[in-house]
Design a protein around this ligand. Structure first.
Ligand code: SAM
Ligand code: SF4
Ligand code: SF4
Length: 349
């Protein structure tokens, strides 16, 4: 049964005047890869399964977020394709009348079999992560022999007829910064827009150093050396990626969260699989929405709680970290073990 469309939604702005328009839901904290920049340790503390919100609970909470402005929802993780009821969740969320844009970010390892069912469940946009086209390098990065499966998954998605496919590539100095052109060409071949991401000092990236970050400026210089002049597109709005165009019209994006953060326009927040809501990727504290969800709170109570949380928001951590001369890793391993909600794979990328 479709949920009723409210006559009017109550838009809320934070203390810096930013609306809440986008929600990233980490639907599971587990992952079947171990990317060095996200899950570099051998052992992790997983969220207890009894705490993971089920599809109906996630639908209720997303619906509440929509009442105060969210229109764009991205399912992420961990690895969302590991979640057993993912298709049910997608079906439920596509039925929410205020969700205008539902997307999913995946490592694509299990996508070959799931691309078609996801499209049939109503998913229209998909982002796949791919940092290297070289099998040995890929395995070194992800510590899993999954390159062939990932490429198969990406090609299957390209053949499935999603409205849009994007490829996310985290660029690390001395590791894959010689593959920018190859990745762009691969994107072109399969009809996907590539987004190069600066290596971020998020929770989980316990080996991060500023020296390994390849800046947007450097990426553009490398690409210009190969393709000639690159044009910057206007009208970015609140999108995390700045978009560019090659002379032949090929588009690509760069997410310059480290060197050119975009907190001033940030309309995003994040929900973990166990219902903790974070108003910033770097936020120290989250709001636990699970008790409300499990104690029978109605939509109005949920909306009031979220609305109050957003109204008091002042986060601009990426800008603050850019200006910190002593910038280093965000958390030590012991701090991540003490609270796994600080991990990128728990909080959702
Ligand atoms: N497992 C899925 C995947 O890899 O696409 C979804 C979750 S993953 C945390 C979401 C995105 O975060 C991926 O594109 C990944 O490359 C990015 N990411 C993770 N750690 C990062 C870091 N330290 N710097 C920049 N991006 C990172
Ligand atoms: Fe897993 Fe995605 Fe993190 Fe890689 S980036 S370890 S695929 S959650
Ligand atoms: Fe938004 Fe926080 Fe990232 Fe800034 S650091 S863009 S406020 S999530």
């Amino acid at each position: 049964m479709a949920l009723e469309t409210p006559a009017k939604t109550e838009l809320v702005r934070d203390l810096l005047g930013r609306p809440l328009a986008s929600l990233r839901v980490s639907v599971i904290d587990r992952c079947d890869l171990r990317c060095q920049y996200c899950m570099p340790e051998e052992h992790y503390t997983w969220l207890p399964s009894k705490d993971i919100l089920n599809a109906a609970e996630l639908e209720r909470v997303v619906d509440a977020f929509c009442q105060i402005g969210v229109r764009s929802v991205r399912l992420t993780g961990g690895e969302p394709l590991l979640r057993a009821d993912l298709l049910e969740l997608v079906t439920r969320l596509t039925r929410l009348p205020l969700v205008e844009d539902l997307a999913l970010t995946t490592n694509a390892r299990r996508l070959a079999r799931q691309a078609e069912p996801l499209r049939e469940a109503g998913l229209r946009r998909i982002t796949v992560s791919l940092d290297s086209l070289q099998p040995v390098r890929f395995e070194e990065l992800t510590r899993r022999a999954a390159h062939a499966k990932v490429l198969e998954g990406i090609r299957a998605a390209a053949a499935t007829g999603f409205d849009a496919i994007k490829i996310n590539s985290v660029v690390m100095r001395g590791f894959n910064d010689d593959e920018l052109v190859d990745l762009l060409e691969f994107g072109r071949e399969i009809g996907a827009e590539v987004r190069f991401i600066e290596y971020m000092d998020v929770g989980g990236a316990t080996h991060w150093s500023l020296g390994e970050v390849v800046s947007q400026q450097e990426m553009l210089a490398k690409l210009e050396a190969h393709y000639g002049p690159i044009e910057r597109e206007t009208g970015r709005g609140s999108a995390p990626a700045e978009r560019f165009r090659l002379r032949d019209g090929t588009r690509f994006g760069i997410v310059a969260s480290v060197t050119e953060p975009f907190c001033g326009a940030c309309d995003r927040s994040r929900l973990t699989a166990d219902g903790l809501w974070y108003t910033c990727l770097y936020a120290q504290q989250g709001t636990d929405l699970k008790p409300l969800l499990r104690n029978g709170a109605d939509r109005e109570r949920l909306v009031r709680r979220i609305s109050a949380g957003w109204a008091g928001r002042t986060d601009r951590s990426a800008e603050e970290r850019r200006d910190d001369p002593h910038r280093g890793v965000l958390y030590q391993v012991s701090e991540l073990q003490a609270d796994p909600h600080r991990e990128m794979h728990t909080r959702g990328g």
